[in-house]
Design a protein around this ligand. Structure first.
Ligand SMILES: [Zn+2]
Length: 638
């Protein structure tokens, strides 16, 4: 293996590790190798499953953590798991089962609170001595005899069993009062404890530093479909904590929250979690999260098996999705897998060089696909030779699928094959402009060609996937830094081409350009079909004008339109401003509507969404991203 010092610099990789052809293609702007500085070190991201992680506790390298015993330790351990895993990876950390995974914590908290309140009632009503022990013994006996425990959802059988135990002190009527007292206060206290645990989680994930101490972890949580009272309480309370904001009412940047929308579970009136869908809409209209994922989209629905949460598609906040599994078809599941690495293709470049020759375009695109796959394979080969001890948490603690069967010094090659190698693309809009003079928002022919191009890439990768039993997938690349880099190089080389190289950025993946005036509904209808093609991940946004908290009905109509158009993952952008001086939250123009001050001295905070993540304030964006944000037009609601 290659040896290198602690300075894992991009230049070093460029000179000594990368195949010269790949290094050149990257340097010249034909392709972009993402996270190059981590080339020989780590994989991108992981979809963490809390339920397996919590079952027997885990070790972070600084001691073993036991299986948690109440909702506050569930919340704390979820944060620790995210942070510890983040140290082994350079991308994001997504929890796939936040509702299902946290629910047992609520249940355990409820049992404790019920026991405490039962003890109180025994003392008050019957002056029982050692009431704590009595309460403990009674609950233990009921559990042994009937298997029943106190639960958030009032249970008649349990109540009868308890009243029977109380009969040595009290008539049935008084016994019922004791039960009602214990149940009532246990519910109240459990709600409160769950809220505090969720508040702490949001707070921790916004402040803890990881990724080599440099940034907070890129954390995401998926939830929406657990219909148990405990899972429902978790969701209700995380949403309420998010709505309330951080200590001084600031909008939380992390975790990215993703509400899973599913017919029969939460989408329609009468569905068990319909109330939570509505709450999610209300909170998203104020805080930009949760985003919405759609399990009914055919390419997500094909994996879905009711009663099997692991078959529910999860998303990484930025958009990554890992589901199909050609390495092991019996495990096409979301948990404990992730993306290994991804590299993006500069589509506008190929289109400019094609000079209108569409056949040439496809030939050149295929040669770029060959090149990128070859580069991904070489990167895989480097990482595959690593050992479990190189990923002490991800592999050492069994976070990654099947890693629990490996020894400390085993090679990770085989288990990594559950992950994905992804080819991304950027600037479909500029590509179509260069090829046909119109982008896919402007003309139906361009839309057809756009679908043909993206479909071509997907077919190429599917073919490879089936041949090699490895997961090659197509990603709608989150633009990040490269959108500005590609266009800068192309403008130098080809000059200013109207609609192609005349802005500071290339348009994100398959999006209709942000500057193009179009209705929210048309934008979603045009982008929807691309979601089906980009199996490594995708997201669509629309920009809503005004204050959506005052128009929740319109907000919901957009979410429903996403559902109907086959969107897999989407979100609605709107201005979220805050005056740090008076604490006002809402839309701020030149003056604060609350205290009336102008923006001199202390700037207003303006939170915006860039590539799936929220960014604290506008001034932290790079230039290309600031230009993109400036160009965004609001989408009409007709
Ligand atoms: Zn103010």
């Amino acid at each position: 293996m290659l040896k290198f010092g602690s300075e894992g610099s991009k230049q070093f990789y460029d000179m000594f590790v990368l195949n010269p052809a790949h290094a050149e293609a990257h340097r010249e702007g034909d392709i972009h190798i993402h996270d190059l500085d981590f080339l020989t070190l780590t994989t991108t991201c992981c979809q963490i499953q809390l339920s397996t992680l919590f079952k027997d506790g885990f070790s972070t390298g600084h001691g073993v953590l036991r299986e948690p015993n109440d909702i506050s330790s569930y919340s704390a351990l979820a944060c620790i798991a995210i942070q510890a895993n983040q140290n082994d990876q350079h991308g994001g950390q997504s929890i796939v089962d936040f509702d299902y995974g946290m629910a047992p914590g609520v249940s355990k908290t409820f049992v404790k609170r019920f026991r405490d309140n039962l003890s109180r009632a025994l003392t008050l009503k019957f002056s029982v001595e050692n009431a704590d022990d009595e309460a403990k013994d009674i609950l233990a006996a009921i559990k042994e005899e009937t298997g029943l425990i106190p639960s958030l959802q009032e249970n008649e059988e349990f109540k009868a069993a308890l009243m029977d135990k109380l009969s040595k002190w009290a008539a049935p009527e008084t016994a019922a009062e004791v039960f009602d007292f214990a149940q009532k206060y246990a519910v109240k206290e459990t709600r409160r404890a769950t809220y505090q645990a969720m508040e702490a989680l949001v707070h921790n994930l916004n402040t803890m530093n990881s990724r080599a101490g440099a940034q907070v972890p890129f954390s995401s949580i998926n939830y929406g479909t657990d219909t148990s009272p405990e899972g429902r309480l978790v969701m209700e309370q995380i949403l309420l904590a998010t709505e309330a904001g951080l200590g001084r009412g600031e909008t939380p940047i992390f975790p990215i929250q993703i509400f899973r929308v599913k017919e029969g579970v939460n989408y329609n009136p009468g569905d068990p979690n319909y109330d939570l869908f509505h709450l999610a809409i209300r909170v998203s209209a104020k805080r930009l999260f949760p985003n919405f994922s759609f399990l009914d989209a055919p390419y997500n629905l094909q994996y879905y098996k009711p009663g099997h949460p692991e078959t529910e598609v999860a998303y990484m906040g930025c958009r990554t999705r890992v589901m199909g599994n050609a390495y092991d078809r019996s495990r096409e599941i979301a948990p404990r897998r992730g993306n290994l690495s991804f590299t993006s293709i500069n589509l506008p470049r190929i289109a400019i060089k094609a000079n209108g020759d569409v056949d040439w375009f496809f030939q050149e695109l295929e040669s770029k696909l060959n090149l990128v796959v070859e580069q991904l394979d070489e990167r895989f080969e480097i990482i595959a030779r690593k050992k479990v001890y190189n990923f002490p948490f991800l592999m050492g603690q069994g976070v990654w699928i099947d890693s629990e069967n490996l020894d400390w010094d085993s090679e990770v090659r085989e288990v990594l094959k559950h992950g994905t190698l992804s080819v991304g693309f950027i600037g479909l809009a500029e590509c179509l402009k260069a090829l046909r003079g119109e982008h896919h928002g402007e003309s139906e022919e361009s839309q057809n060609l756009g679908l043909e191009i993206v479909g071509f890439m997907r077919n190429y990768l599917d073919r490879l996937t089936n041949e090699r039993h490895m997961n090659y997938t197509l990603l709608a690349t989150p633009a990040e830094g490269l959108s500005g880099r590609f266009v800068r190089i192309d403008r130098e080389r080809f000059g200013v081409i109207p609609g192609v190289t005349d802005r500071e950025y290339y348009t994100n993946s398959f999006h209709v350009p942000v500057y193009y005036p179009i209705s929210a509904f048309d934008k979603i209808s045009i982008e929807g079909p691309y979601h089906a093609l980009t199996n490594a991940g995708h997201i669509s946004y629309v920009e809503m004008d005004g204050d959506p908290t005052k128009n929740l009905e319109a907000f919901e109509r957009i979410v429903r339109h996403m559902h109907d158009c086959g969107v897999g993952y989407g979100s609605i952008n709107h201005p979220v401003d805050r005056d740090p001086l008076c604490g006002f939250n809402g839309i701020i123009g030149d003056t604060c509507p609350c205290c009336g001050r102008e923006e001199n001295g202390r700037p207003f905070e303006r939170i915006r969404r860039i590539t799936g993540y929220l960014v604290g304030t506008l001034d932290r964006f790079n230039n290309a991203k600031r230009a993109e944000e400036r160009d965004r037009v609001k989408h009409r609601m007709d």
